[in-house]
Design a protein around this ligand. Structure first.
Ligand code: IPT
Length: 975
């Protein structure tokens, strides 16, 4: 190949000049990192590349510099964005589909640097140049000589550089193309970004060293024995020794040792340090003994069915794209473990190898997924889909081999996944077959094999609850290929490799899924879509941070905020969805039973007992702690429960001063690698005493006044609208049915709900209020209204009954739908505005975070404090948020005044410095401008959230159906 031969770019070949794939090993052989600043030039396409840039004598002094590793489009996005901008598409290829050709406009990065081979660099052996990740295709030169080319963005590539290196200074040059034939295999739902984005190094390969290691470390749960056999690829493999000092193992490569061990599980990530050595090289391994099997139709580890409480993790950093530091990787795992996540699917490519080291150490189950997705072909009825076109077979097998070889020694990796959304075909089947032969110790996952002919688990995405239930009962629809039905139905387990799409507010319905996973043995859990919002951090001109999504870089084709669908925000702050997930999947279930005065602790783990936990209890009267202590509960084995009596101190308490709750919490007894002692794992609550009923009192008559009405200290205008309570300006409250649509309202499988809400027949976002009559009596003030939109056929009758009783202002709203309301309401409640100074918020009810009908597991009853700012959930795409549920009372205070609202018995509320309409109109949080009032929604009900953005909508029991209803609220103003 001559210098200007670019045929590799559009070749389906995975590369040339590369070394065979092998494990990522921690070796004591010499290594030289080539990370750091490189010279960089961005060419517009192959036609625009720099002739001779690879020559040692080429003068690149005028070129820019760019950090390796990094992604070039992530450079200075707040400023000049010198190397183009990110582009987001979900499934569509952003270029004309004509495999394997790619556009002439093919941004091509030319990288160069020099390095000095250290004087002590060994003179014998080989020297290998290792790239851990280059997106998407590249060619490499050392001292002007071409070593080869490679593809497979999230896979390692090694070249032998030995014969081209010189003592002293050397030059390395790399040409990286954004688009290549391989782009057709890398159509994952994420930003298109390019560059040398993972580390680069020179690594020495000593003569008679250890080329590769495959450690087979099994665990026999019946005997407690671990069996270790380490295959070593070396010129002198037979001389290689394997030692595990802690276990007294000292064997030759290929030999087997069986000794009693503590097994590795995600709950008990026990690792043993091992060394594989020849005379010339020592490789350190961390061995975890565990056996993975599909048995009795179940996925078992160490003989036990496991339950996957998983997330799909893309690699993402809002500043650097898919280039992550080890600290960020560790942070992800810490956040996961702190939220009871126990499994990761590495959607949709193998992660940075260091992430898997951390998974072994910290303990999560991993489905390691190959870097493969051809989703865009779905828009062409899968015509020419590479998965079934023979010319692509080598590339498919190459990708699988590079993943399996690199990651085969990780205890955490229990399943190989062929890739994602690549339909089906012979090349996928070939990948599976190859992997099973190479590594019989791990089952194969691939969702696109619907009949499960070449996979070991039945995997689905977004199957709704009803279908998941049928699958659990083994009564699902048969396979297309009748011969496979028995296999799929009876011989393999079921997982939801994606479910509960965490886009924006939500996902709703996780509790109901979890119940199915616990109820049906066959349903072994799943992986939430997805871990993190892929927002790109930018700043407004006045320095406010915001996160960009598709379209924010003026991409001609994009999929908007569909890339903002994670359980954590781009800055890695947990979203309410993650807090909900933590509660839904908690590995210990605490039930407080006031009737029998007992606390039950059920250990839902698969292996570990609860010896790592301790328990605290607290009794609160109206959210104020009146007694607390520690609760002794013996260690409970996995799958077992313990029952203890209420602490004696609880029985000894006097009469309750208000609604009384007992809360029991399980917390870590000592520090773990991922959280400190005291970190809460699970909690349960029981109500010990109800609130005293509100005593009925004298009613104050309403009086008509000049231009309005008066009821005690409450003033109303001529249309019967409240204007003030005790001198505090309160506008409204009046009926409100609208919410700023959530992503799940806006998108939606089937008909998006918002279509019905915005339909002219309903137009809930522009309701008008017509007063039909006002009556002021001895009992109070009654205002009858009809609420409907211009042009709409349907309306809601709303009657407001105001009374003043026992020193409090009370409002009962009676609603009655008129006409055909055949869709659920966004909300049912009233909206009021109050002075902006009332910035301090306190409530007794569900909290501390937001909760909706189907995302309410994490809301516990208590007394919480926040500010108006603190009540907003900063969704990257603005939408309904922040509602607190089951609220008995809430107060807004400031400037020496307090407005307190009472439920009868409960309500939900939001408070914002902007309206729902403002929220609806905003595209980014910085579009929201504070008004000079606060807007308070007091709701009798809210439609659930669901996950219809990609998956099922709101379950029937969480829908807010329009029907005649009445709800009551109390108001009090104090100075
Ligand atoms: C599914 C994809 O596998 C995943 O990458 C992501 O795009 C997700 O959808 C939506 O966010 S595929 C879809 C057809 C269900």
């Amino acid at each position: 190949m001559s210098r200007t031969d670019f045929t590799y770019v559009e070749s389906v070949s995975p590369g040339s000049g590369r070394r065979d794939p092998r494990a990522a090993l921690a070796s004591d052989a010499a290594a030289l990192s080539l990370d750091g600043e490189w010279r960089f030039n961005l060419a517009a396409g192959l036609h625009d590349t720099t002739e001779g840039f690879e020559a040692p004598g080429f003068d690149a002094a005028a070129w820019d510099t760019l950090a390796v590793p990094s992604m070039w489009q992530m450079t200075d996005l707040d400023g000049a964005a010198p190397y183009g901008k990110p582009q987001y598409t979900n499934t569509y290829y952003p270029f004309p589909v004509d495999p394997p050709r790619v556009p002439d406009a093919n941004p091509t990065g030319e990288y160069r640097r020099t390095f000095t081979l250290p004087a002590e660099w060994p003179a014998t052996g080989r020297t290998v140049l290792r790239f851990e990740g280059v997106d998407s295709a590249f060619a490499v030169w050392v001292n002007g000589t071409l070593l080869g080319d490679g593809k497979g963005s999230r896979l390692p590539t090694e070249f032998d550089a030995t014969d081209h290196l010189a003592a002293g200074e050397n030059t390395i040059a790399v040409r990286v193309h954004q688009w290549s034939a391989a782009s057709y295999l890398e159509d994952q739902d994420m930003w298109w970004l390019s560059g040398i984005f993972r580390p680069v190094a020179l690594v020495h390969r000593p003569e008679q060293g250890i080329e590769d290691v495959f450690a087979h470390a099994d665990y026999d749960h019946a005997t407690g024995l671990g069996t270790l056999r380490v295959e070593v690829a070396s010129e002198i493999a037979a001389n290689a020794r394997v030692t595990v000092p802690e276990l007294g193992i000292d064997i030759a490569a290929g030999e087997t040792a069986s000794v009693a061990v503590e097994p590795w599980t995600a709950e008990t990530p026990r690792l043993y340090d091992a060394v594989v050595a020849t005379d010339t090289e020592r490789v350190s391994l961390r061995i975890g003994f565990r056996t993975v099997k599909i048995e009795d139709g179940l996925l078992k580890v160490n003989g036990k069915r496991i339950l996957l409480r998983g997330v799909n993790r893309h690699e993402w950093d809002p500043d650097t794209g898919r280039t992550l530091t080890v600290e960020t990787m560790r942070r992800d795992l810490e956040i996961m473990k702190r939220h009871n996540v126990n499994a990761v699917r590495t959607s949709h490519y193998p992660p940075d190898r260091r992430f898997l080291d951390l998974c072994d150490e910290i303990g999560v189950w991993v489905i390691d997924e190959c870097d493969l997705e051809t989703h865009g072909f779905v828009h062409h009825e899968w015509r020419d889909n590479p998965s079934d076109v023979p010319m692509w077979k080598e590339a498919y097998l190459d990708r699988m081999a590079r993943m399996v070889e690199r990651d085969k020694n990780h205890a955490s990796v229990i399943i190989w996944s062929l890739g994602n959304e690549s339909h089906t075909g012979a090349n996928l089947a070939a990948m599976s077959q190859w992997a099973k032969e190479r590594d019989p110790g791990r089952p194969i996952h691939y969702e696109g094999d619907w009949d499960s002919g070449y996979t070991d688990m039945y995997s689905r995405m977004y199957a709704d609850h009803a279908e998941t239930d049928r699958i659990g009962l083994k009564s699902e629809a048969p396979t297309n290929d009748p011969a496979l039905d028995h296999h799929r139905r009876h011989e393999i387990p079921f997982v939801l490799c994606e479910y509960a799409h965490a886009m924006g507010n939500g996902p709703g319905g996780m509790s109901e899924y979890q119940r199915l996973f616990e109820q049906h043995e066959r349903c072994q859990g799943g992986f939430i879509w997805e871990w993190i919002d892929h927002g790109v951090r930018l700043h407004t001109a006045d320095g406010r941070e915001w996160f960009a999504y598709g379209g924010d870089f003026d991409e001609p084709i994009h999929d908007g905020n569909f890339v903002i669908d994670g359980l954590i925000f781009p800055n890695r702050e947990p979203s309410p969805g993650l807090v909900e997930f933590k509660k839904v999947v908690e590995p210990v279930r605490i039930t407080v039973q006031p009737g029998s005065r007992a606390v039950t602790v059920a250990n839902l783990r698969d292996f570990a007992d609860t010896g790592d936990l301790k328990y605290t209890w607290a009794v609160e009267d109206e959210g104020v702690t009146v007694a607390e202590g520690e609760l002794e509960i013996r260690a409970v084995a996995a799958g077992e429960s313990a029952i203890v009596e209420f602490p004696a101190a609880v029985a000894a308490l006097g009469a309750a001063g208000g609604e009384r709750w007992l809360t029991v919490r399980a917390v870590l007894a000592k520090d773990e690698s991922w959280a400190d002692a005291g970190h809460e794992i699970a909690w349960g609550q029981g109500q010990l005493a109800a609130a005293a009923p509100v005593a009925a009192g004298e009613r104050t008559p309403a009086v008509a006044e000049d231009r309005g009405y008066r009821l005690g200290n409450a003033a109303f205008d001529a249309l019967g609208r409240l204007t003030a309570i005790g001198g505090l300006e309160v506008e409204g409250p009046r009926l409100d049915l609208w919410r700023a649509p959530t992503d799940n309202d806006l998108l939606g499988w089937g008909v998006p709900l918002v279509n019905e809400w915005r339909d002219r027949n309903a137009a809930l976002y522009r309701l008008e209020h017509k007063v039909l009559g006002i009556k002021s009596t001895e009992d109070g003030l009654t205002v009858a209204t009809r609420v409907g939109a211009g042009g709409a056929a349907i309306a809601m009758g709303a009657v407001y009954r105001w009374r003043r009783e026992g020193g409090r202002l009370w409002l009962t709203v009676e609603v009655a739908p008129e006409g055909k309301w055949d869709f659920p309401l966004p909300r049912l409640g009233v909206r009021a505005s109050v002075p902006k100074g009332l910035n301090e918020v306190e409530w007794f009810g569900g909290g501390p975070g937001e909760a909706y009908a189907d995302t309410r597991a994490a809301a516990r009853v208590g007394r919480f404090r926040s500010t108006v700012a603190g009540m907003q959930t900063p969704y990257v795409f603005p939408q309904e948020n922040g509602s607190r549920i089951d609220v008995r009372w809430a107060s807004l205070s400031g400037e020496g005044r307090t407005l307190k609202v009472f439920g009868a018995p409960e309500f939900a509320f939001t408070v914002r410095p902007w309206t729902s309409e403002d929220l609806d109109a905003a595209r980014h949080p910085h579009d929201l401008v504070e008004r000079d009032r606060l807007y308070v929604n007091l709701d009798a009900g809210l439609q659930g959230v669901g996950s219809a953005a990609c998956g099922p909508g709101v379950l029937p029991q969480h829908r807010l159906l329009p029907e005649a209803a009445a709800f009551t609220l109390g108001f009090e103003v104090t100075e």
